[in-house]
Design a protein around this ligand. Sequence first.
Ligand code: A3P
Length: 275
Amino acid sequence: GHEHKVRSYDGKLVPPFEEKGYREMRDLQLRDDDILLCGYPKTGTHWTWEVVSMIVRKEGEISKVGKKSTFLELGLGKLMDGIPSPRVLSSHMWFDYLPKQISDKKTKLILTVRNPKDTAVSYHNHHVALKALQLYDGPFKNWFQLYMDGQVEYGTFFDYYKDWDNVIKSKPDLSILVVNYEDLKEDLPREIRKIADFLQISLDDQLVEDIAKAAGFEGMKKAYLDLKNFIFKTFFRKGDVGDWKNWFTVAQSERVDEAMKALQGTRFQNLRYTL
Ligand code: A3P
C-alpha cells in the first residue's frame, strides 16, 4: 500500500523526529513569561504563532525565524536558552507530554483548532507536498482512512481535542485560550485583540492593523519562503475555509459528522465543520 512514515513514542504515533525531543520536552525549564502554542497539525499553528509573536514583540512584522525555532518536538536543547523572552514555544503534543512546569509556572497556553474536514485536507496536502521526505504519498481516499483511524502523526483530531477538553475541565487553574482558524479568517483584528487581552498586552489600533496586515496569507507565505527552507512551501497552500468540499465524498463528510459526536459536551462541539 501507500507507506506512511511515523514513529511511535510511548505508544503514540508522532512524526519521525529523533526520540530525544519527545523525551526532553517534559523536563524543559520554563521561564515565567513563556507562552506555549499548542494544536493539532494544520489547524493554523504557523499563522497563530506569527500573530502571537508579533503581539509580544509589539511589531507588525513577520518574524525572521519562524515557528520552527521554538518547536519542542525538535529537541533544540541549549538553543532554547538563546531565544529572547517572552518565548512563544510550540508543540503538537498532548498535555501529558508537555513540560511538567506548565502548572507551577502558570504558563499561558494558546490552543488552535480548525474544522476537522479542512484539517484533513490540509494534512493530506502537507504530506503530498513533503514527498521528498517520503513521509506519505497516496491519494486522499487512503489518507482519509488513516486520518479517521488515527494512523497519522498525533492520532485522530477527535481524540486530540477530547484530551484537551478533559485537561481544561480537570485543571481549572490552567490559563488557556482557544483560537479558531475560522475566527481568524472571519475577523483577524478582533482575534488579535482577543489574544492580546489574554496575554495582558495592550496594543493600539494602528499596531493591531499592522499585525493583521503582516499576517495576511500572501505576506506570510512570502516571508516563510524567504527563510529558504523548502518545507515551508507546504504551510501556505490555500488558506481557505471550506476547501474540504472539493475533496470529500458525501460518505466521508458523514463519517466526520459522526465522529464529531465524540466532541459533544466539549468546548469543541460547535466547530464549523458543516460550513
Ligand atoms: P491549507 O492547507 O488549507 O491551505 P499549520 O500552520 O498548522 O501547519 O496549518 C497550515 C494551514 O494554515 C494551511 O491550510 C495554510 O494555508 C494555512 N495558513 C497559513 N498561514 C495562513 C494565513 N496567513 N492565512 C490563512 N491561512 C493560513
